[in-house]
Design a binder for this molecule. Sequence first.
Ligand SMILES: *Cc1c(COP(=O)(O)O)cnc(C)c1O
Length: 296
Amino acid sequence: MIENLRPRVDSLPSHSLKQPGITADVLRLDLVHSLISGNKWYKLKKYLQDARAKSKTTILTFGGAFSNHILATAAACKEYGLSCAGIIRGEKPAKLSQTLLDAAALGMDLIYVSREDYKLKKIPDLAYEKYPSFYLIPEGGYGVLGMEGAKNILAPVTKKYTHILAAVGTGTTLAGLIEASTANQQIIGISALKNYFDLPKEINLLLSSNNEDRFEILHDYSFAGYAKHNQQLLQFMNDWFRLTSIPSDFVYTGKLFYAFEYLCDKGFFPENSDILLIHSGGLQGNRSLPKGTLIF
Ligand SMILES: *Cc1c(COP(=O)(O)O)cnc(C)c1O
């Protein structure tokens, strides 16, 4: 049912652009699926196919309590008829997040590990006992198969764009965009993590050699770090929605659109730039905010 994705492209109204002489579109991956929203389905697909080809029946992966990747993995595995387990960062909370409740309802077995063990990406003994022959998908889908899947994001999109901007976590999606774009397109990643200066190196590990250094990572728009946010960001997300009717999430895409507006304000883009912003989804994460924080 989500094999042939044709996400919508929305043109941003010219009055919403803070720089004259440019045009900008948003690729609405947030609309492709209610749970496997955004870039996650693209990143998961090749892993799931590989697991099937290897006759694996259980997928194992890592994530936090609000993770888009955990929920998308649970939903995608259900669709693929695979069972799955999620290794979740931190002890089991008294009250499960909506993300974890949804993942469990989709059939994911949740295995909690301490933050220390999580950092080491240690697979707990319990997981080996229950699922002796699991197929591991790295945290966030980072890896060459994830990148290969992410290349398909640009498949239905014309090559006319001069710049492609996307929010970045592990860099897997950006690597796919770089590989799928043409040499005259500039790829700009907005990092959602604080001072993750190894990111270009991690991305280059996923790229074919002729594409190294075809991209730029901006580190100034993380709002103090992963999933960190303040009133200014939340206010911006509401204003952006009023202006464009496009909802965003506070972990990734809110920061992407904020960065875009800031760059426009500084006159960053050359005249006649035709920009594509990738809306990578993640809206489910907003459910961790107090009710009424956002107007969408
Ligand atoms: C996971 C995620 C990203 C980051 O993707 P990477 O491939 O890890 O860089 C960006 N946006 C959203 C909404 C996400 O859920």
